[in-house]
Design a protein around this ligand. Structure first.
Ligand code: FES
Length: 129
């Protein structure tokens, strides 16, 4: 029956003594590879809401806000319709698309699209409803 062979198993079982001297290094590499990674987690303050909500770097600001029970307007959820447009008062967001539906002037003025924006720091934002 085939068994799963890890890099450390393969190297430590090779019979090569130079590799066996590296067991502690291999153990460290294996520990790093086996350690689950979690994306950075930030806090976002929406309007005058008293309680900030959690915003994970691997989830859009819109989805984090909705998951926290905030009602942000949205429609297309792909950066085209601009229904979700909000103002970013402080903090940074990133986009995974080349250019979301905002002009350079709008971005410079602090407008952003939460449906396609990912937090890169704690945020202070306001909706326009
Ligand atoms: S919901 Fe359409 S641009 Fe955000």
């Amino acid at each position: 029956m085939p068994t799963k062979t890890t890099l450390a198993d393969a190297v430590s079982g090779s019979g090569d003594s130079s590799w066996q001297q590296s067991d502690s290094l291999l153990g460290k590499i294996k520990a790093v590879l086996d350690t689950p990674t979690t994306p950075p987690h930030f806090q976002a303050q929406l309007d005058s809401q008293a309680t900030p909500f959690g915003a994970s770097a691997d989830q859009t600001v819109l989805l984090s806000a909705l998951a926290a029970g905030h009602e942000l307007l949205s429609s297309c959820r792909n950066g085209v319709c601009r229904t979700c447009i909000c103002r970013l008062h402080s903090g940074r967001v990133t986009y995974r698309m080349d250019w979301p539906g905002l002009s350079a002037e709008e971005k410079a003025a602090g407008w952003f699209l939460p449906c396609v924006a990912y937090p890169a720091s704690d945020l202070c934002i306001s909706s326009i409803d």
